[in-house]
Design a protein around this ligand. Sequence first.
Ligand code: ZN
Length: 112
Amino acid sequence: MKISEIDVTLYCSHCHDETLHHVQYLNDKIQSIDCTNCRRTIETEMNPMRELYKEVYKRVTSKPTRLTDEYKTDHGKFIEGFPKRVLSKPLRLVKYLNETKEALKKINKKVQ
Ligand SMILES: [Zn+2]
């Protein structure tokens, strides 16, 4: 899970003018838009916990299939590539968990 933030000029219906808006994306989907002038926030319907769940579910379900397919098609390659994959996975997982932790921290701060 990843949060990206950008500042863009958009029309604010409260200020009745084009103002600088702070847009926050969560996994490339807009999560919230704040008007930096009047501080009005538009939150989207997106549920961060559901997004996280979907992402984890996708990761968990896609991996074994890929491994099984490789095993079926190229036995030797699978065995050869296996130890490397096992070693590199925890590092990727740590990076992913850190990103997710940071994203959740930002979301929780916004909610309070
Ligand atoms: Zn405004």
